[in-house]
Design a protein around this ligand. Structure first.
Ligand code: ADP
Length: 497
């Protein structure tokens, strides 16, 4: 893997946008401060970006408020919003390479996958919700008395989106697209590790005809810019994706300010249950994909793998061989399947967990070390001899680290899978329909994948049970979190009113 991690020379990237985007204009931050953004392949600075703080959040929320209270966006017919959203999607399609380059440079994401999957998919997310923009309606109610009533579904207002760094583009559009379709206006606070592509999207939104103030982007840090958004008195809803720890702070800030509703998509420690009747080769492929895709920086990663005892030994052998196919390398090298972790913090945190696992007595089947001398590369790591009380089984590591365990009966497997404070996703590998259906209903998690993993689609809502959060992203469920219901009641002609 030394080979693959050597730096791939790419044409000097065009980093066109580094300021804040407020009220349809790129502007400096009020303080004039900027912060560095780095390339995780080298740890070197690639750009300085305007650093927003409370004052900038105030300006951005003000712009969004005016656009909501007086601007055209919430008042347009849904079809007119849809037309602009389609144009926005088409503009993304015209800039796929440039956008994929920004996310690869900034987050260590594989360029080939960004180009083939991440960026084209975000354009499709916009199109999916554009299709819903003119199909938002309430109901006519049959009241018990002489009354006529109906419900309206109205946009919730000014939305604050606080997003993480692992999928900078996907997260941006998972939040922004349904909110746009609903007729909301918004302020996006991207993660401080990945400030670049969001600014590009703001530029494209303007070019597509999204009115000024509808989408504002304020880069900055969590405890300053993020906290200011969560506690703002004029923000009507906050949609957050990130850690459980920060989710709790966001909910507190919402509660102690204006009681804005929040939606939270938080951490996970998702189980993958592999039964005796599974095809071992296929199961090993799924288990590796589930923990190594995007170098394990995925909230739904299958970080706890439970294998039934009849195939356990064979599975372990197969997994160890197949893990070698996951080449760690420069994200611009087409051979690479794992790029560098996003930054030094994350890199050190993952290595500390690996050390902890070793100290607790788990056995390294593969990996366990940095994968290069330079940059934040880590080897695909699989631990066996793991017990459920270990920290590597309880905590979300957010890196390429799998904990592999054995189970005997289905009941025991279900119990072990549910033995976590999280409940984001789960996977099941079996040929038995009875097993699949029983386990799917028994696991307390928001998404269950049977004989597949990461089978995402715009149509399919996802989000958490338990401490993994509440409300859903994607699907029509997500449209509804940016709408609220108003009931309108009036007496009929012969009513006693
Ligand atoms: P991760 O652990 O994946 O880095 P975080 O939960 O730390 O995720 O960050 C997710 C997002 O939340 C980022 O945009 C970050 O800046 C923001 N954030 C961090 N702390 C706070 C806070 N106290 N209030 C609001 N947002 C925050």
């Amino acid at each position: 893997s030394d080979d693959a991690t050597s730096l791939v020379e790419i044409p000097p990237p065009k980093i066109r946008f580094t300021k804040l985007f407020i009220g349809g204009e790129f502007v400096d931050s009020v303080s004039g401060r900027t912060f560095e953004t780095i390339d995780p392949r080298t740890g070197e600075t690639i750009a300085r970006v305007s650093e927003g703080d409370k004052e900038d959040i105030d300006l951005a929320v003000g712009a969004a408020r005016r656009a909501f209270d007086h601007g055209p966006w919430p008042r347009l017919p849904g079809a007119a919003r849809a037309k602009i959203m389609h144009k926005f999607a088409d503009l993304i399609d015209q800039h796929i390479e440039e956008l994929a380059t920004l996310d690869s440079l900034n987050a260590g994401k594989l360029f080939a996958w960004g180009k083939a999957i991440d960026i084209p998919s975000v354009a499709n997310t916009l199109r999916y919700y554009a299709g819903a923009a003119d199909k938002i309606h309430g109901e006519v109610l049959k009241m018990s008395r002489e009354l006529h009533a109906y419900t309206l579904r109205e946009p919730v207002g000014v939305v604050g989106h606080i997003i993480p760094w692992n999928f900078p583009s996907t997260m941006f559009f998972m939040k922004v697209s349904p909110a746009l379709a609903a007729g909301c206006t918004m302020v996006v606070k991207p993660a401080e590790q990945t400030p670049l592509s969001a600014l590009f999207y703001a530029h494209l939104a303007k070019e597509a005809g999204v009115p000024d103030g509808v989408i504002n982007v304020v880069n900055g840090f969590g405890p300053t810019a993020g906290a200011a958004l969560a506690s703002h008195m004029d923000v009507d809803k906050v949609s957050f994706t990130g850690s459980t720890e920060v989710g709790r702070k966001v909910m507190q800030a919402a509660a102690t300010s204006n009681l804005k509703p929040v939606s939270l998509e938080l951490g996970g420690k998702s189980p993958l249950l592999i039964f005796d009747d599974a095809d071992v080769e296929k199961a090993a492929d799924l288990a590796l994909l589930g923990i190594l895709y995007n170098k394990g920086e995925v909230c739904v990663a299958s970080s706890r793998v439970f294998v039934q005892e009849g195939i356990y030994d064979e599975f372990v052998k197969t997994l160890a061989v197949k893990a070698k196919d996951w080449v760690v390398g420069d994200p611009f090298n087409p051979k690479s399947r794992l790029g560098p972790q996003v930054d030094k913090n994350q890199y050190e945190k993952i290595l500390a967990y690996i050390e902890h696992g070793k100290r607790e007595g788990a056995t390294l089947l593969t990996g366990g070390k940095p994968a290069a001398k330079k940059g934040y590369y880590i080897q695909p790591t699989v631990f066996t001899d793991v017990t459920e009380d270990m920290k590597i089984v309880k905590d979300e590591i957010f890196g390429p680290v799998m904990a592999l365990m054995k189970f005997t009966t289905m009941e025991e497997g279900i119990k072990a899978a549910n033995n976590t404070r999280y409940g984001l996703a789960a996977g099941i590998v079996t040929k038995s329909l009875d097993t699949a259906n029983t386990v799917a209903r028994s696991i307390r998690a928001g998404v269950i994948w049977i004989n597949c993993y990461f089978a995402f689609d715009n149509d399919c809502p996802y989000g958490g049970y338990k401490s993994s959060g509440f409300e859903r992203d994607l699907g029509l469920e997500a449209l509804h979190k940016y709408l609220q219901v108003k009931s309108v009641v009036t007496p009929l002609y012969n009513s006693p009113w």
